[in-house]
Design a protein around this ligand. Structure first.
Ligand SMILES: Cc1cc2nc3c(=O)[nH]c(=O)nc-3n(C[C@H](O)[C@H](O)[C@H](O)COP(=O)(O)OP(=O)(O)OC[C@H]3O[C@@H](n4cnc5c(N)ncnc54)[C@H](O)[C@@H]3O)c2cc1C
Length: 409
């Protein structure tokens, strides 16, 4: 299953293992089980620290656990983690095998200190760009704290389960069998949701902060740029952001950032964070601003209220809250979000395999989505509120040539 190049790379990574790792597979007679067995045996052949075994220990087949023998530490995948999840597989092998994570030490200590039994299940698709972050965060948490268990499940392979649980968008996270989260989540975000005391501690810390010269609300490219420019003047600068990195985190290929021919969203977001950290900018991530109160008198301090109740004051406030998915504002849209209403054809498309779907919007994004989906689903209807599509002619022609696509304007 692995080509020569991938094998060489993986062999190099596996040299970093300091502890033995066992791959324990639960298989049946299906072709997918045979594929997984081949993959795991190939991985085991690349390092004398990795062994392969079969055991009928999990109801999901094919699945496998990456186990640190003699301990409770293990990470489980149901399905074959190739595609975007191959990195998650490699990281899980390394971390179970004793290779340290690059997460901040205080985050690691907070995960280790979580007092409770948490069984997580994450549904992913192999084409989902947002899934690896969630899978990798939960895998690492389960390596750091054996009371946290995690199974990453390829939704396209376990469709009955996906339908029974009403999963229609990935990543979808369940904790102790109940819905926990949907969409990209960082380890910090997951931790903040579990460690409820952390929110109160953060609110107390924020409430004690002195006023800023410039406070930036929003941590996307615009907010990061504003903060860097302010800090370079030597003035007291802070950033409060719901999700540092912004929309850049939701994409992979970026090819129009002039002077950088190709980069990937998460890489660019990490570079934005590193660039901001080069300056004395007080970054307050995972903080949502709920209200802006202008200064009472000219030259006075304006106030930003946060969702956790804390307030921040500054002489100048820069608002750079970016953009969100556009809504149609039709009945049912909010109630069915991620239960049939989806925003990422690449991520969630595989969950609609064989079904009839509608795509709203006849611009380039909508038409590209409809073309991609037509290869997966039984039928696509593209709906455009205007009298004509606005997508490039070549895309429109491609869409209209497909036998299982209909356009309604
Ligand atoms: C899938 C996808 C692919 C893309 N591909 C490209 C591309 O290839 N090339 C390109 O040029 N552009 C691309 N874009 C667009 C690009 O990402 C945006 O134009 C850019 O991120 C906008 O930057 P921004 O800082 O203004 O806002 P955003 O990136 O939206 O950041 C907004 C920030 O504000 C925060 N925020 C929002 N509300 C609050 C609040 N109430 N309190 C606190 N914080 C808040 C958010 O958490 C975030 O940190 C893409 C976007 C997407 C979604």
């Amino acid at each position: 299953m692995l080509d020569a190049n991938l094998k060489t790379q993986l062999k190099g990574y596996l040299e970093r293992l300091t502890l033995p790792v066992e791959l324990v597979a639960s298989l049946d007679d299906s072709p997918k089980s045979a594929e997984l067995k081949e993959l795991l045996q190939e991985i085991a052949s690349l390092s004398d620290k990795v062994t392969f075994a079969e055991a009928d220990e999990d109801m999901r087949k094919p699945s496998f656990a990456i186990v640190r023998p003699g301990t409770d530490i293990s990470v489980r995948f149901a399905g074959i983690p190739m595609g975007h999840e191959f990195t998650s597989l490699v990281l899980a092998l390394l971390q179970v095998g004793g290779h340290p994570s690059k997460e901040a030490q205080d985050t690691i200590e907070r995960v280790k200190g979580l007092d409770g039994d948490y069984t997580f299940e994450t549904y992913f698709s192999l084409s989902c760009q947002n899934c690896p972050d969630v899978v990798q965060a939960l895998n690492l948490m389960s390596v750091l704290n054996p009371r946290i268990r995690h199974t990453a499940i390829d939704g396209a392979l376990f469709q009955d389960e996906v339908e029974k649980r009403g999963v229609m968008a990935v990543p979808s996270i369940f904790l102790n069998s109940l819905p926990f989260g949907q969409g990209r989540m960082s380890l910090e975000q997951i931790l903040a949701k579990l460690d409820t005391g952390a929110g109160e501690r953060a609110a107390e810390e924020i409430a004690a902060k002195k006023p800023y010269d410039v406070l930036v609300v929003g941590g996307g490219p615009a907010g990061a740029a504003a903060a860097i420019y302010a800090a370079r003047k030597g003035i007291r600068t802070g950033i409060a952001a719901e999700r540092f990195g912004g929309q850049v985190l939701d994409t992979m290929g970026i090819e129009n950032f002039i002077s950088v021919s190709h980069t990937e969203g998460p890489k660019m977001a990490a570079e934005l964070a590193a660039h901001v950290k080069d300056y004395e900018v007080d970054v307050m991530d995972l903080q949502t601003a709920t209200r802006l109160i202008p200064a009472a008198t000219p030259g006075g301090l304006a106030t930003v209220e946060l969702q956790n109740g804390a307030t921040l004051k500054a002489k100048t406030i820069v608002l750079s809250p970016g953009a969100r998915w556009r809504q149609m504002n039709v009945p049912g849209e909010a109630e069915y979000r991620n239960k049939g209403v989806a925003y990422c054809p690449h991520c969630d498309g595989p969950l609609f395999k064989g079904k009839r779907v509608a795509v709203i919007g006849g611009g380039n994004s909508g038409v590209e989505a409809a073309i991609d989906l037509a290869g997966l689903v039984s039928h696509v209807t593209l709906i455009e509120f205007d009298g004509q599509l606005r997508a490039d002619a070549v895309l429109q022609a491609r869409l209209r040539s497909l036998p299982n696509a209909t356009v309604i304007v």
